[in-house]
Design a protein around this ligand. Structure first.
Ligand code: HEC
Length: 249
């Protein structure tokens, strides 16, 4: 399963948890006559909170890794997602501290809980929700053919893939440090991006469906088709070495 799909499904689980947590809170504090066993509701509330935070940490680890790899400015959507996520974790910390330590503030705990739940909708909507919609619930690749490309194609001079061992070795090293997080070199499976097996042997590139030429790959590295971060900082030499490695797949 592509990592982004897994992450999106887990984020939907987080929304479900947020709904359950809200429901238990409303039942405990909001109703005049009690319908359910309060102790049981509190236990459910707490268990949900623990699972929520475990999922949060798991997903955040993935997201931070992505940002580290990309080293690029976040898109407006990702920036909103980031702000929602940061706010959620800070509020969560506050809430726990008001319950455990700063009991004088206990009165605010309900409002904070509500805010966390609301922000969870925003956090998931701007990421997992968007992903599931854009991929028709994981049935289509994230970068659909036919979506307008954001960037103009710069003219790139004709490139002939190098075949000497030294270039291929350097290209492999670069690939393993910069590309492997999102791409599988040895299959055509999608991770975050498409697999690269046979990338220069197939007629078309997997996401953009442009002709599979070294020029178009160089262009992808510098001026990506859609969501891939740009590696425009790489010198020509590195790009050529990466292409030499991709040519062997
Ligand atoms: C942070 C994730 C990420 C990293 C790191 C990454 N890519 Fe990508 N790559 C993608 C995504 C997503 C796509 C799908 C197309 C797009 O969004 O531009 C893609 C698509 C591609 C394609 C296919 C383009 C097409 O036109 O179909 C190639 C080739 C490619 N990447 C090469 C590389 C190389 C080489 C590196 C390392 C220098 C790299 N990628 C690093 C995410 C990444």
């Amino acid at each position: 399963m592509p990592i982004l799909l897994l992450k999106s499904i887990l984020s939907i689980v987080m929304v479900v948890l947020a709904v359950i947590v809200m429901f238990t809170m409303f039942e405990v504090f909001g109703r005049d006559g009690k319908r359910y066993n309060i102790e049981k509701l509190k236990k459910i509330h707490k268990a949900n909170g623990i699972i929520y935070i475990a999922l949060y940490i798991f997903i955040a680890y993935f997201c931070l890794n992505y940002i580290l790899q990309a080293k690029a400015e976040l898109s407006p959507r990702a920036a909103f997602h980031f702000v929602f996520a940061l706010t959620v974790i800070v509020l969560f910390g506050l809430k726990i501290s008001f319950i455990r330590i700063y009991r004088q503030f206990y009165g605010h705990v309900k409002t904070i809980g509500l805010l966390i739940a609301l922000l969870t909708f925003g956090m998931t909507g701007t990421s997992g929700g968007y992903y599931l919609l854009a991929t028709k619930f994981g049935t289509e690749p994230f970068n659909l053919n036919g979506i307008e490309t954001k960037h103009e194609n710069p003219t790139v001079a004709k490139i002939i893939a190098k075949t000497d061992e030294e270039s291929i070795r350097k290209g492999k090293e670069l690939y393993e440090s910069k590309c492997y997080f999102c791409h599988d070199a040895y299959s055509m499976e999608w991770g975050v991006g498409p697999g690269h097996k046979g990338i220069l042997k197939n007629p078309m590139l997997p996401a953009s469906k442009k002709p599979a030429t070294p020029e178009n790959i160089a262009n992808q590295i510098r001026n990506p088709y859609k969501d891939m971060p740009s590696f425009s900082y790489l010198p020509d030499e590195d790009v050529l070495n990466i292409i030499a490695f991709l040519n062997t797949l």
